[in-house]
Ligand binder design. Structure first.
Ligand code: COA
Length: 158
């Protein structure tokens, strides 16, 4: 299994994987166009020539990036692929100098295993919610906010 940067030929399989979980209400849906536009943010897990996992890192602010569209195919869950994808995103955030990685998620046990800590959503900066207005759960969001600190928290000035 290889975790690598996504490229255009992966987009259809990434879309199918994300769409499957979007239909179950576990992920926000994404269009093929949106995946193309944000392709540079994405990593994929490739196994025997097949895309079995995907994850994107969206930079929200100077000190905060968010994991988006994390998905591992049901056939290969529980084999450490989700962990490798998230660890790759954390490395990417650290390399970019962004110290905190956020996930808005229902998968609290998974993210806790990876060292994420639950934070109160109210403590997050308002600017991060701008994409949430497109979400059908906007008015009654029940996802849990969890953050991984790549370094000790430091104040970042606007
Ligand atoms: C969440 C998801 C990405 C996890 O991927 P995965 O490849 O199955 O996870 P891993 O095998 O890397 O698991 C890493 C650790 O978390 C644990 N874990 C994974 N899913 C778990 C769960 N639902 N509950 C408790 N622990 C879990 C594993 O047991 C493993 O622990 P270990 O290191 O002690 O062995 C995958 O289940 C998925 O795609 N779910 C549907 C889409 C979704 O909910 N995405 C998240 C949106 S934020």
């Amino acid at each position: 299994m290889l975790v690598r940067k996504a490229c255009i030929r992966d987009v259809e399989e990434m879309h199918q994987l994300i769409q499957m979980y979007a239909e179950q209400g576990l992920l926000l849906p994404r269009t093929v166009q949106s995946l193309c536009e944000h392709l540079q943010c994405f990593f994929v897990a490739e196994l025997d020539g097949r895309i079995v996992g995907t994850a994107g890192l969206h930079i929200l602010w100077k000190d905060l990036a968010e994991i988006r569209s994390l998905a591992v195919h049901p056939d290969v869950q529980g084999q450490g692929i989700g962990r490798q994808l998230v660890e790759r995103l954390i490395e990417e955030a650290a390399a970019l100098g962004v110290p905190q990685v956020l996930s808005l998620t229902y998968q609290t046990a998974f993210f806790a295993k990876l060292g994420f800590q639950v934070v109160q959503k109210e403590t997050l900066p308002h600017k991060i919610w701008k994409d949430c207005i497109h979400c059908r759960k906007f008015a009654h969001c029940d996802e849990v906010a969890m953050i991984y600190y790549t370094t000790a928290p430091v104040p970042v000035h606007a």
